[in-house]
Design a protein around this ligand. Structure first.
Ligand code: PLP
Length: 409
């Protein structure tokens, strides 16, 4: 059944920290690109749990790896070893061009390891070399360090001062970059495609300039690929489109197909400044997450050659939405899409959900789609058809038949 009648989720209002304004959908299960709610209604999921479910729901190979490893060993801690962590590190190094991996549990933790390495390295070189350069509009996570380099003042506001000396520049502002980087810069942090900021792919020339300028000043280039990495743009890492090699790459979201796993990947030189006992984690890189991540990478190897083309087909289909006067720029890279609206996006998200499509709204007026890599031609057409109807319904002046909530991000 596709077609909705909303009821609000039955989650405990009383005992949960009211941090999220959730969309009115209570999930029962999923299969492929489809989600099913507790009433058995089907939703085409083009948000993929914010870019995590790259192979959709209940993929048979992911499920088999999960089942088998769950029956063998879920957790070890890092006091001891297991074979999957090393195998996964070797594969991630091979596809990223980097030398060493540190495993954690999320994008923000993977960023923390990058920022700690940059700080330790800067301090080891000279006491003043601790400054960071980051991009306005970027998002790097919610922990202290990651928040300090997140270029969205409203997310930092309650927690300032955050301690780090950060210069924010506009994305693609080459002059601003040249002016901001000095001998005191420990690292320049970039998000090669700004995701939560509204899907803004950085210009390849800007990324190359960032590589060149950091090399000249002895600073590290950190690429946060938490959202745009691991195949999402049609390459293993989005920085590979610019033909550059960062000193540190950060990755997470789809890596363990829904299990929490982040990885910080370093050059040998950048890794040297996190010596034994300078960093660590209890859960990071456990056997279950690493085993599933190996299966994810093996699936990714098979679909990667098709992602760019699937993205181009999706993009061509989205162009049909241009007849809506409120639709402005449509930005994309591979399977990342941002539809800029001249009106608030939340009513569109809710109208889409009512019709059986899950997308999300970021920055108040950008409809973001991060479809699974396995999305089919038919699913693309179905998704864009629903979005078309949702735009018509939500952007007409008739009131919406469902409550208006704020974006959960
Ligand atoms: C580019 C980027 N970096 C970091 C993060 C933080 O990741 P997590 O929510 O797993 O901590 C996100 C999350 O959306 C992200 O998009």
């Amino acid at each position: 059944m596709i077609g909705r009648a909303f009821t609000l989720p039955s989650m405990s209002e009383q005992h949960l920290l009211p941090i999220y304004d959730r969309y009115p959908l209570e999930v029962e299960c999923g299969r492929g690109c489809n989600l099913f709610d507790t009433a058995g209604r089907r939703y085409l999921d083009m948000a993929s749990g914010i870019g995590v479910n790259a192979f959709g729901y209940a993929h048979p190979r992911i499920t088999a790896a999960l089942r088998e490893q769950a029956g063998l060993c879920v957790h070890t801690s890092n006091l001891v070893g297991h074979r999957y962590q090393g195998e996964l590190a070797e594969k991630l190094c091979r596809i990223s061009g980097l030398d060493r991996a540190f495993f954690s549990n999320s994008g923000t933790e993977a960023m923390e390891a990058a920022l700690k390495a940059a700080r330790a390295r800067g301090l080891a070189l000279e006491p003043q070399k601790t400054r960071l350069v980051a991009l306005r509009g970027s998002f790097h996570g919610r922990t202290h360090g990651s928040l300090a380099v997140t270029g969205q003042p409203e997310l930092r506001r309650l927690f300032e001062p955050l301690g780090a000396a950060v210069t924010f520049i506009d994305p693609n502002d080459g002059e601003g970059l040249a002016a901001a980087v000095s001998a005191e810069t420990a690292a320049v942090v970039v998000e090669p495609v700004l995701g939560e900021g509204g899907i803004y792919p950085l210009a390849e020339g800007f990324l190359r300039q960032a590589r060149e300028v950091t090399g000249r000043c002895g600073a590290l280039l950190v690429a946060d690929e938490t959202q745009c990495g691991l195949g999402r743009t049609g390459r293993y890492f989005a920085y590979q489109w610019a033909g550059i090699q960062p000193d540190i790459a950060v990755t997470a979201k789809p890596l363990a197909a829904g299990l929490p796993l982040g990885a910080t990947l370093f050059t040998e030189e950048a890794s040297r400044h996190l010596p034994a006992h300078s960093h660590g984690t209890t859960f990071g890189g456990g056997p279950l997450a690493c085993r599933v991540a190996l299966e994810f990478l093996s699936l990714l190897e098979e679909v990667l050659p098709r992602i760019e083309e699937t993205g181009a087909r999706f993009r061509a289909c989205l162009e049909q939405l241009r007849h809506h006067p409120a639709v402005g720029e449509i930005r994309s890279k591979g399977l990342m899409f941002g539809i800029q609206l001249a009106r608030p996006g939340l009513p569109v998200v809710l109208a889409a959900m009512e019709r059986g499509l899950v997308v999300n709204c970021t920055q108040g007026n950008v409809i973001r789609l991060l479809p699974p890599y396995i999305v089919t031609e038919e699913e693309i057409e179905e998704a864009v058809g629903i979005l078309d109807e949702a735009l018509s319904a939500a952007l007409s002046d008739r009131p919406l038949p469902c409550p208006v909530l704020r974006s959960p991000l």
